[in-house]
Design a protein around this ligand. Structure first.
Ligand code: PLP
Length: 399
């Protein structure tokens, strides 16, 4: 018999995955070209060719016993040193390999950080809308999720409510910018304010409160906007980074955590996160792909494709009369549902073979997430379906 905790998880299995399965079902009935699956955040731009070249070079040239062997739980030192130098060059920081732990993507990065800091019933604050897996990751370590309600005007965090939600049980805050599902990039001013609220509360409560910056979309930015490097604003920050989206490598499972020297008891935290990497069962990040990353630090994914997709889809959605904030990063549109019940809206959209994810899956009902990491041609083909959906009488009746 499975555990009580797992029973709940099995019951609430991800809506996003369900949509993906639904897409496959509809494709069998209507044909692939007539189904418009905007449900999954799977990159649609192939990994840069330098990645494949690096894989071949490394496999051909490295000692296989070293390449495929066990290693330090925090990953290869030379790889971490190269990544640290690259971060220092870009953001004028001062990290060494010791500040980095290679991880099995951001999912594992978040898990090992949360495992390292949470005692049962400790609270973690998240800003809605947010990536729903945070709930599972926090509950893995018996933490409690505290949600700050969405600011539906701008989707910047509601800082008044944030400050009110901080108390002596607050152990961490997770931010995600560029954001899944809104595509919004938090302004530098917002990061400064979050930092100053946290400083104030740490002093008042005499507790450490960690700011966890979840950054799989850092490189996916379409206008000339800088994404602030959060360790520079608040000492108790840990960065969780991933190459899943920036190099289109989600299946390879590679990322890292940055723990700065300025973080309280930094070396103890580095030890804890490293051990957590081992004991959650990841042991270490995949060895070959660590080496590959180190050879591809200056390589960039073709984000122009995503920008083109964003512009076309945004125009289609707006032309059809739907309401949406234009995203500046990531690869999602967060569109206001014309009826309050976003799940019902998704079901009606499905009748036109349009697959979206309800905003309630991101703790923000009344919206849907439309992922534009798809082919440009699919967006073009979907235009008619969007137009028909906009004319749909049924949802008008539901208002
Ligand atoms: N955080 C956010 C906000 C995400 O959207 C995702 C994946 O979609 C992850 C974390 C997990 O990323 P990874 O594939 O690196 O584990």
């Amino acid at each position: 018999m499975i555990s009580i905790k797992m029973k709940k998880l099995v019951k609430n299995n991800s809506v996003i995955r369900e949509m993906f399965e639904e897409g496959k079902r509809l494709e069998k009935i209507y044909g692939k070209e007539n189904v418009y699956d905007f449900s999954l955040g799977n990159p649609s731009v192939p990994a840069p060719k330098e990645v494949n070249k690096a894989i071949i070079d490394i496999v051909n040239n490295e000692d296989p016993l070293v390449l495929h062997g066990y290693m330090s739980n925090s990953g290869y030192e030379d790889v971490r040193e190269k990544i640290a130098s690259s971060i220092n060059k870009k953001y004028a920081t001062n990290f060494s390999y010791k500040n980095l732990i290679m991880t099995v993507g951001a999912a594992s990065g978040l898990n090992i950080v949360l495992k390292s800091i949470l005692n049962p019933t400790d609270e973690v604050i998240v800003f809605a809308p947010y990536f729903s897996e945070y709930n599972n990751y926090i509950e893995n370590y018996d933490g409690i999720v505290k949600v700050v309600n969405p600011n539906k005007e701008t989707f910047e965090p509601n800082l008044i409510e944030f400050e009110e939600k901080i108390n002596s049980k607050t152990k961490a805050v997770i931010i995600n910018t560029p954001n899944n599902p809104t595509g919004i990039i938090y302004k530098e001013e917002t990061i400064r304010k979050i930092a100053s609220i946290l400083e104030k509360k740490q002093n008042e409560l005499k507790n450490s409160i960690y700011l966890i910056s979840d950054e799989p979309y850092r490189e996916l930015v379409y206008e000339n906007i800088e994404v602030p490097y959060v360790t520079k604003y608040y000492n108790n920050t840990m960065i969780v980074y991933s190459y899943s989206k920036s190099l289109s490598l989600p299946g390879e499972r590679i990322g890292y955590v940055v723990i700065p020297n300025e973080l309280e008891d930094s070396s103890e935290m580095i030890d804890a996160v490293t051990i957590a990497n081992r004991i959650i069962g990841s042991v270490n990040a995949p060895s070959l792909i660590q080496k590959v990353i180190a050879n591809c630090l200056d390589v960039k994914t073709d984000i122009e494709c995503y920008k083109k997709n964003r512009d076309l889809l945004y125009d289609i959605v707006k032309e059809c009369g739907f309401d949406c904030v234009k995203p500046e990063g990531a690869f999602y549109l967060f569109v206001k549902s014309p009826i309050e019940d976003d799940k019902k809206f998704c079901n009606i959209a499905k009748e036109y073979n349009l697959l979206f994810v309800p905003g309630s899956s991101f703790s923000c009902s009344g919206y849907v997430r439309i992922a534009y990491c798809v082919s440009y041609e699919m967006i073009q083909r979907s235009q008619k379906a969007f137009q028909k959906l906009a004319m749909e009488k049924k949802w008008k009746l539901h208002n």
